[in-house]
Design a protein around this ligand. Structure first.
Ligand SMILES: *Cc1c(COP(=O)(O)O)cnc(C)c1O
Length: 227
């Protein structure tokens, strides 16, 4: 067991608690997801031994492989946070408990078509940059996307997700995300989740009202290089 990992996790959790206290928020309303992409399954096991229950992956193949290898661990929640491709929707749905990256009707339709049984929790990813090539629906289109996804019987819209742009104050960008969250709630009143905040900006995300933080390197250490 790596004490460095335990120390980093404790440090991040203390910073989350500080940010919540400053914002007058209850910690029970905040889920800390540890992003384990590119790291080996052994790291996920170590994190679980440290009490982590929510992990995030951004590639379908890696998510599927890790979940298969950890089939004996039934109390982990797997969050898919990467770009979803329609032809991988079935595999994403089979391996993810929550999909954070629904950003167009086609991927929502593909995930819905792959469904049976329990509804899948999904978040609508919002593009906070001016670059239409980035992942996420434009803020002006988020309400229409929410209406579309809300009409799919095997998906459950839980809220919104975004990555803050690199060239802007995260707090300002997160204010726009909060506007998108409000827009989604005009369609789905109980869609209260806001997934925002990474290693560089999670205190700002807590201040804005994020309910799900996606934190990687501050906890795991630097990611192994991979193509
Ligand atoms: C990798 C990743 C994260 C975590 O990034 P860190 O800066 O290492 O905390 C969060 N969200 C998404 C969508 C990611 O791809």
């Amino acid at each position: 067991m790596s004490t460095a990992l335990a120390d980093r996790l404790a440090d991040v959790d203390a910073r989350i608690a500080d940010a919540a206290r400053s914002a007058g928020r209850d910690l029970s309303g905040i889920t800390r997801i540890v992003v384990t992409k590119f790291h080996p399954v052994s790291l996920v096991r170590e994190l679980r031994a440290l009490g982590v229950r929510d992990v995030g992956e951004n590639r379908q193949q890696e998510l599927t492989a890790k979940r298969d290898e950890l089939a004996d661990v039934v109390d982990l929640h797997w969050h898919f946070i990467g770009q979803a491709q329609t032809n991988k929707a079935r595999a994403v749905r089979a391996a993810a408990d929550v999909v954070h990256s629904v950003d167009r009707p086609r991927i929502a339709d593909a995930l819905d078509a792959a469904g049976s049984g329990d509804p899948l929790d999904v978040l609508l990813q919002v593009n906070l940059t001016d670059d239409a090539g980035r992942g996420g629906v434009a803020p002006r289109d988020v309400e229409a996307l929410a209406t579309h996804v809300a009409g799919l019987s095997t998906l459950r819209v839980r809220g919104v997700m975004a990555v803050a742009p690199l060239d802007e104050e995260p707090a300002r960008a997160f204010e726009r995300l909060r506007g998108s969250a409000d827009a989604v709630r005009t369609v789905v009143p109980d869609a209260t989740w806001i997934s925002a905040g990474m290693t560089g900006d999670f205190p700002e995300a807590v201040a804005m009202g994020a309910t799900h933080l996606r934190i990687g390197s501050a906890i795991t250490g630097p990611r192994p290089v991979r193509g």
